[in-house]
Design a protein around this ligand. Structure first.
Ligand code: IPM
Ligand code: MG
Length: 359
């Protein structure tokens, strides 16, 4: 038996509802594989603002740093939108990524065969898509200095700065090549080297890193072209590595190729403790009515088992359980199509939890 300590951050909007379904599935995994998961609830984002008057209380960071993994719901909502930048829920999210040192954000965009009609793209364009976006998460324009709104000659000036140090580029490039080696050995690096100096450095370091991975076929692509190619011919991509903001934008685009942002999980790794959360946000408009799709959160639990706790078979079991439930025709409203059976959030969680025992 192995025992793990998991920090659980349910968060705002639909966060609590879907995290509960994720925990249900994790409990079933613990039972099946004879593990013990000890959960400790923590607060980041809007719920932390309400409770502690700050989006990232130090007490919570400490608890998270003393865990084996952070299972994360979602943050944000209209209630906190008008707070100053440093008090917003999103600042808590960026802060915890930074505090963990989780510099690599893995965002898989995989098409579920059963949901192929949910995409706005033609089936032949998307069938079989299996892309992994590796997004740099703790650097770039999100964190570069100077930043802020300043007055210059009586005129307001908004400033953010895109900064990358060579070691930051090196470590994400290395990780992306390593991951490519475990997949189809194809890597595309995204930048804007025709305009940005920081991107030229990015490109140079990726070239340098590639020397250690002669088996990986890699190329560079400008970010605007990448956005275009992702909808034109997404199957050309296997692993995509990009800086923080380019990865943010492209991972949303890649996720929608699959038709359903409510299905996709992410892992933020490379630091002391890994963080595992859905790609989607807190969806305050549908919170509390039981229609949210918990699958992205459940798939985040699978990523946590794989990347955070090194439990590969257990992770695969969750993925297979989700596949089975979809094959049986069960759908939350966001992924409904003709001939399928509508279920609510908790029913979907129950079904996947039960399927864990069956696969
Ligand atoms: C994401 C989100 C966040 C980001 C926001 C909520 C701060 O868009 O995780 O992709 O920009 O990183
Ligand atoms: Mg985003």
């Amino acid at each position: 038996m192995s025992e793990f300590k998991i920090a659980v951050m349910k968060g705002d909007g639909i966060g609590p509802e879907i995290v509960n379904e994720g925990l249900k599935v994790l409990d079933e995994i613990a039972l099946k594989f004879n593990h013990k998961f000890n959960y400790e609830e923590v607060f980041v984002g809007g719920c932390a603002i309400d409770k502690f008057d700050t989006p990232l209380p130090e007490s919570e960071v400490d608890k998270i740093l003393n865990s084996d993994a952070l299972f994360f719901g979602s943050v944000g909502g209209p209630k906190w939108d008008n707070l100053p930048q440093e008090k917003k829920p999103e600042t808590g999210l960026l802060g915890i990524r930074k505090a963990l040192g989780a510099f690599a954000n893995l965002r898989p965009a995989k098409v579920f065969d059963e949901l192929i009609d949910a995409s706005s793209l033609k089936p032949e364009v998307i069938r079989g898509i299996d892309i992994l976006v590796v997004r740099e998460l703790t650097g770039g324009i999100y964190f570069g200095q100077p930043k802020g709104i300043f007055k210059e000659n009586d005129i307001l000036k908004g400033v953010n700065t895109m900064v990358y140090y060579e070691n930051e580029i090196k470590r994400i490039a290395k990780l992306a090549f390593e991951i490519a080696m475990t997949r189809d050995k194809k890597l595309t690096s995204v930048d804007k080297a025709n305009v940005l100096d920081v991107s030229q450095l990015w490109r140079d370091i990726v070239n340098d890193t590639a020397k250690d991975y002669p088996e990986v076929e890699y190329n560079h692509i400008l970010v605007d072209n990448a956005a275009m190619q992702l909808v034109r011919n997404p199957k050309q991509f296997d692993v995509i590595v990009a800086g923080n903001i380019f990865g943010d934008i492209l991972s949303d685009e890649a996720s929608m190729l699959t038709g359903s942002i409510g299905m996709l999980a992410s892992a933020s790794i490379g630091g002391k403790v890994g963080m595992f959360e859905p790609i989607h946000g807190s969806a305050p408009d549908i919170a509390g009515v039981g229609i949210a799709n918990p699958i992205a959160q459940i798939e985040s639990a699978a990523m946590m088992l794989k990347y955070g706790l090194n439990l590969e078979e257990e992770a695969r079991t969750i993925e297979n359980a989700v596949d089975l439930v979809l094959k049986m025709g069960y759908r939350t409203p966001d992924i409904m199509s003709e001939g399928t059976r509508r279920v609510n959030t908790t029913q979907m969680g129950d079904l996947v939890a039960k399927a864990v025992g069956d696969v």
